[in-house]
Design a binder for this molecule. Structure first.
Ligand code: SAM
Length: 286
């Protein structure tokens, strides 16, 4: 059965009494070349895969055909009987009901895959949870790669250069944890129901993990900087506990950054230099 087709979606919806929910971002793929290309681009051969939001399973079957094991996490219970049917040929695939924003992912993957496995996350993400879901997946420390299809505008935030209008806290938080590669664009005509905008498929390759303290200080620093992105970075940093404007200026000079620059112009590497110096200060003061 070809799952990525309007006819199949209508047939299965009727058979199981499923109706689309706009709130859950349910735009299903109806061009069979796309799920194949996502599964190929995600590089999941022989690996364990967590898929978020399988829908009726059109991407899931392409992933399961390549992966060692697959677990799909779906929030809409009414899709579970459909997935029972569409995934029945795949002994290596299972479906769990749950919310990607609330499920204990670490417990889930250790239950499903055991420990020491190379894990990939893959998703045609519902647009309503794009930002928090990506931050959760890349921040979990569980995956070597996260391949996502997201709306074109959201993808721009992860692909842009520092200082541009798309560069924001989300860009810096993700790029501090992962290298971001664009795989390909997908026209809105490849989905049913058709959304208003085109999508982009990205592969995020996770970077080596930093210490918990470094990560926390980086995130606090980035939040302060982008909280008032147009202000000069000396002023925004001085809002952090223990940093007067004078101390913030000295810190920036030590990091080789002009204190008068606007916060929004700073790259991940520059924010990292600031937060590394802050961690050193914290450790010295202990
Ligand atoms: N993978 C299918 C495809 O490509 O055709 C469906 C993708 S559709 C854009 C998003 C899917 O995510 C839907 O099945 C929806 O029910 C599910 N979903 C929405 N919010 C979710 C959440 N918070 N956690 C897990 N799944 C969610």
């Amino acid at each position: 059965m070809e799952l990525a087709s309007v006819q199949t979606i209508r047939h299965l919806s009727q058979k199981y009494g499923f109706s689309f929910s706009r709130d859950l971002g349910q735009n299903f793929l109806v061009d069979s070349r796309i799920p194949e290309a996502i599964a190929e681009g995600a590089g999941v051969e022989g690996k364990c895969v967590l898929e978020i939001g399988p829908g009726i399973g059109s991407l899931t079957v392409c992933l399961a055909a390549r992966a060692k094991k697959l677990c799909a996490l779906e929030l809409d219970r009414s899709l579970l009987p459909i997935l029972d049917e569409t995934l029945s040929p795949f002994q290596n695939a299972s479906v769990v009901w749950g919310d990607v924003l609330k499920t204990d992912l670490s417990a889930l993957v250790s239950e499903k895959f055991g420990s020491g496995e190379k894990l990939c996350a893959v998703s045609n993400l519902p647009y309503c949870v794009t930002t928090p879901a990506i931050l959760r997946l890349v921040g979990s420390g569980l995956f070597e790669s996260v391949t996502v299809m997201i709306q074109k505008e959201a993808a721009k935030k992860l692909l842009c250069d520092p200082g541009g209008e798309d560069w924001c806290l989300f860009s810096a938080l993700v790029r501090s944890r992962a290298g971001v590669k664009k795989l390909f664009s997908v026209s809105k005509g490849c989905f049913y129901p058709q959304p208003k905008v085109d999508s982009t498929v990205l592969r995020l390759e996770l970077l080596p993990e930093k210490s918990r303290e470094e990560t926390e200080v980086f995130e606090k620093t980035a939040k302060a900087i982008f909280g008032q992105r147009r202000k000069n970075v000396k002023n925004t940093l001085s809002l952090l506990p223990g940093l007067t404007p004078e101390k913030a200026e000295l810190l920036l000079i030590s990091a080789g950054i002009d204190p008068k620059r606007r916060g929004e112009s700073l790259s991940v590497e520059e924010i990292s230099s600031i937060s590394t110096l802050m961690v050193q200060r914290i450790q010295k003061d202990r």
